[in-house]
Structures are given as structure tokens and as C-alpha cells.
Write a protein that binds this ligand. Sequence first.
Ligand SMILES: Cc1cc2nc3c(=O)[nH]c(=O)nc-3n(C[C@H](O)[C@H](O)[C@H](O)COP(=O)(O)OP(=O)(O)OC[C@H]3O[C@@H](n4cnc5c(N)ncnc54)[C@H](O)[C@@H]3O)c2cc1C
Length: 423
Amino acid sequence: MPSSPSSPEVAVIGGGPAGLIAAEVLGHAGIAATVYDQMPSAGRKLLMAGRGGLNLTHSEAFERFVTRYAEAQPRLLPTIEAFRPEDLRAWCESLGQDTFVGSSGRVFPRAFKASPLLRAWLSRLESLGVRFALRHRWQGWDEDGRLVFTEAAGQAVRIRPAATILALGGASWPRLGSDGTWAEFLTRHGVTISALRPANMGFLLAWSDLMRGRFAGAPLKRIALIFEGTTVKGEAVVTADGIEGGAVYALSARLRDAIERTGQATLHLDLRPDLTEDALAKRLEAPRKGQSTSTFLRKAAGLGPVGIALLREASPSLPTEPRALARLIKAVPLTLTGTKPLDRAISTAGGIPFDEVDEHLMLRRMPDVFVAGEMLDWEAPTGGYLLQATFATGIAAARGALIRLGIPDAALTGGLSSATGQT
Ligand SMILES: Cc1cc2nc3c(=O)[nH]c(=O)nc-3n(C[C@H](O)[C@H](O)[C@H](O)COP(=O)(O)OP(=O)(O)OC[C@H]3O[C@@H](n4cnc5c(N)ncnc54)[C@H](O)[C@@H]3O)c2cc1C
């Protein structure tokens, strides 16, 4: 089988944001890097992320920001301190893409979508001498320790770079390239992998035929969801087989873990989070004057058809007593029986545990192999936390590779930081 005559200094495998930012750090340091990706173009999931608005990061106080990584916070903290939310904004702006803070504190590029940013980024990488080997599917290592790829025509390509950065993503939306097959190659080398699980996903719920038939796709606006004492205000959507949407994603890690433990989880839906139970009960004391229940609930409690259907779903014979009815409207029980599959999740939990890497994100069992992005075992809610940690770990892994290659500190600080205008 042919083998590539000139191996790059550093092979970056995976052309998502983690791999691309790693290649940028290497490029600024004057290191020849080649980005390998199995897809015909780089950054496909980034483009998908930009569809509904590319939420790059979040503007909340740093102390609060880092709590979003839950158990992974202590391990991610040094990397995110080295590349903070304001650095990500500055980097984006250095590519000619202004950013703005949305009403929720989330940060977006002014263009909202990802394509102008990705275009400018790829052109910067090209000017830095970063090479791309697209349609190259990584297959692990051969018995001589060389990286093996299969290129489009089915030929095997083998290389032995000085260092390798793995940035292969999680396993959600596999048609965009990240399919999680890397787990098998690393397991063969003794690396422990925590099971890849959905994160920021919808849940399954056994709706009645009526609910499914009439309300699949119905939005639930200005609601709150409550689970284990945590209340999240926001929006959700009824689907044919369950529920999903921003407020659901925010609670999804805890709901998923509860379902794994006990087989189901009861989520409570507050249909009127703007009213106290007292205020709502008072409104429901109004005389019904021959109105149908639906008309009464619409007028007295401001509920729409989907809200009323949800009440009936939870309690077919609705309570008539105002206080009991108010209590139900403020906490409609929804029994979740499972998670939507990983391939439709926004992100992936599980992956390479931090115990498997050193402080430079180098695999302890595989010297010269670094890992970055969603393939590491951390998770976070939506809100820009996913991309922030993806970028920060990409930078940390590239800096680790540079240190390993004996590149002096000056090149490390002069690279990405001078490009983004940081000091
Ligand atoms: C619908 C959707 C919306 C999102 N919105 C946001 C958002 O607004 N804000 C946010 O912070 N995050 C968002 N995310 C999450 C974010 O896109 C990811 O966290 C991020 O892309 C992870 O980056 P990564 O570089 O680690 O992996 P990826 O972007 O998945 O890149 C991995 C790359 O590796 C390549 N690869 C995988 N296996 C192989 C192989 N064997 N050989 C060669 N190449 C391989 C893939 O082709 C891919 O290009 C969203 C995700 C989705 C699905």
C-alpha cells in the first residue's frame, strides 16, 4: 500500500472548530500542519450550528460561565482561562466578523450564521500554510505506529507525523462527519472511553393519539420546566413522540441521568410562570357562566389549545376547585421514558476522560497524541458553552504539541494572541 512520502510535522485529524483552531495555532508558530477530514469540506457541523444563529459563547460573568461545565469544570478551567469568552469574540472579530450580545447574554457573530466566519477562517489558514487532506477517513494506527487513512479512491495513506492532534468530535449528527468511530481505535490502544451519550437532546413521552395527532410540532412559549428543584424558563416544542427545545436541553443532562437510573423521569411544566399560584387561583375563582372548560381556561388562565390539551393529558377529569386547578397549571407532570437518539442530539456527553490526558491534553498512554473538542468527556448546556470549550481545548492541545516539539515560549504567545490582538 502506498505511503505518503512527506509526512506533515503535525497531523490534525478532524476539521471542525477544535481542529481548525489547533491548525491556526500551529500555523502562527510556523509549524507545517495538515488537517485531515473524512468529509469533502471542513466545518460542516459548525455550519449546521450557524443555521439557527451561531451562538459562539456567552457574556455572563466568568465565575458563572465556568460553572456550566459541571463536573468537568476543574479540568476545563485552565484551558478556558487561557482562552476566555472575550478572546473568542476578539478572534471572531479579527476575522472581520463583528459580534453582538443577544438579549439572553448569548454572543453571536453579527452575520448570525457561520458561513462568512468559516470562509474567512479557511482563507486565513491557507495564508498560514495549513494544508488540507479532505476525503481522508482516519482508520487508527497500523502495527508500525503510523496513522492510517483511507482516501476517496479507497487507497490507504500512512503517515508518521511528529505529533498528532485528534479533534474528531462527538457522535451526534453523524452525516456531518463526526460519527464516533474513533472510540474503537483508541480503545484498542488501551485508552478508556466513557460511553458516548446524547446531550442537549429531546425526550420520549407516550402522548395520547389525540395529543400526537393534533399537537405534534406545537410550540410551548413562555413556559417554565421544573426538575429536581431547578426551574428553567424558556420554550419547548411538542413532538410526535415527546418534547424538545431550549428549556428541555437546559435540563437534559439531569433528566437523562435520572432516566438511566430509574427508567423514567417526571418533568413538571409551568404553563403560566409569570403568575403565582395564588394569583392564578384568584383568576380561576371567576364564575364560569356556562362557558365550556376550554373557553373558561382560555379566558381566566390565558391558556391556548396546546396548554389545555396538556392539562387534560395529565388529568383527564380536570379539577374544578380553583386552587387545585392553579396547582396543575403551574406543574403539569410529564413522564419522560427515554432520550431521543444520539444522532439527533445537539452534542455528545462521554468520550475521553480527563484522567487519560495530561495538562496539555496529551494522551498519557500515547505520547505525542493530543485530543481536543467534543471527543473529550465534558458536557455543557447550549448557550455558547460548547463552542467555547471546543476552541479552548483546540488551542490547549496545539500549544501542548508545540511544547512537545520544543517550540520556544515566544512562538506560543506570539501566535494566536497577536492575531487576535491580545497581549
Ligand atoms: C444542530 C446543532 C446546533 C449547534 N449549535 C451550537 C451553537 O449555537 N453554539 C455552540 O456552542 N455549539 C453548537 N453546537 C455544537 C457544536 O457545533 C459542536 O460542539 C462543535 O462543532 C464541536 O466541535 P469539534 O471540532 O469538537 O467537532 P466537530 O465539529 O464535530 O468536527 C469533527 C470533525 O472530525 C471529522 N471526523 C470524524 N471522524 C473522522 C474520521 N474517522 N476520519 C476523518 N475525519 C473524521 C468530522 O468529519 C468533522 O469534520 C451545535 C450542534 C448542532 C448539531
